[in-house]
Design a protein around this ligand. Structure first.
Ligand SMILES: Nc1ncnc2c1ncn2[C@@H]1O[C@H](COP(=O)(O)OP(=O)(O)O)[C@@H](O)[C@H]1O
Ligand SMILES: [Mg+2]
Length: 262
């Protein structure tokens, strides 16, 4: 494996639901440390792509390679165990639990583990949670308060801190700021910039082109169940991306830059 081996490489990913071609022959790659955006109109196949990539559903055809090795995920847990953390649009957090319990949801640290007699190690989970939040710059006043009283932005920060803390290979964020206000969005964007500085590869699905142009290195355009094009952010404009999304611009008409697949 060389330094330029993609962290993630996808070839020919396909999933049809009866007659609906949700995704056809999608190829994609993410380089070490790269941040990429997935854009496209509703129904373009973005969520299907993420579900296939993260083991929520199985592809009809196609290959997924992580660090140059072919993988197939039977479940989201399987994908997590391979170092891939996903923050889905509908947050998988537990309202009535506190921050450490949420961060370690499904992978609790135990003192003893004798089946029904297992005892949780609350101190270790609290210490590690504090470290994970500090690494991402998230400030939570009271770690023992339940999530119920927290704003959407604080919850999203907890979810991203959790993903960042456990992700060994890459993080996928599905519309992380769609439900947030301006300041909360800014906070989440700061966390994403911090992940970029730390070299953590990331894929963000976003409808917010301002955000996409602020944050990512490369933009992948989905249209009608296909990945039609990718552009380096530095080589394109919001107008061009909108044209590609809507079909007003034919990707074949664009000059091909180094590494671009138009
Ligand atoms: N489980 C499903 N059963 C049938 N059709 C589906 C299913 N999931 C997605 N689709 C269809 O596949 C297409 C792509 O959907 P989706 O991946 O959700 O798009 P996006 O996330 O880009 O809005 C749409 O036409 C959608 O209706
Ligand atoms: Mg979707």
């Amino acid at each position: 494996m060389s330094a330029s081996t993609p962290v993630l490489q996808i070839k020919g990913l396909t999933r049809h639901y009866g007659g609906v071609k949700a995704l056809t022959d999608a190829s994609f790659e993410l380089l070490p440390g790269e941040h990429a955006a997935i854009v496209g109109d509703n129904g373009a196949g973005k969520s299907t792509f993420v579900r296939l990539l993260t083991g929520v559903e199985q592809p009809g055809a196609g290959e997924i390679h992580l660090d140059g090795r072919a993988v197939s995920f039977n479940s989201p847990l399987d994908a997590r165990e391979h170092g891939m953390e996903t923050v889905y649009q509908t947050l998988a957090l537990a309202e009535d639990l506190d921050v450490p319990a949420n961060i370690f949801l499904g992978r609790e640290i135990t003192r003893f583990n004798l089946g029904p007699l297992s005892v949780l190690n609350h101190g270790a989970m609290r210490r590690q949670s504090t470290d994970m939040l500090a690494t991402t710059g998230v400030k939570i006043q009271d770690m023992s308060a339940s999530l119920r009283g927290m704003s959407g932005g604080q919850r999203q920060c907890v979810a991203i801190a959790r993903a960042a803390g456990f992700a060994k290979k890459l993080i996928i964020l599905d519309e992380p700021t769609a439900a947030l206000g301006v300041q909360e969005t800014a906070r989440v964007e700061e966390i994403i910039k911090g992940l970029k500085q730390r070299g953590v590869p990331l894929i963000i699905i976003s409808h917010n082109l301002r955000q996409v142009f602020d944050l990512v290195d490369r933009i992948w355009v989905f249209r009608q169940g296909r990945i039609i094009c990718n552009r380096r952010t530095a080589d394109t404009t919001p107008q061009e991306i909108v044209g590609l999304i809507t079909g007003a611009i034919d990707p074949a008409s664009l000059s091909s830059h180094e590494g671009a697949l138009c």
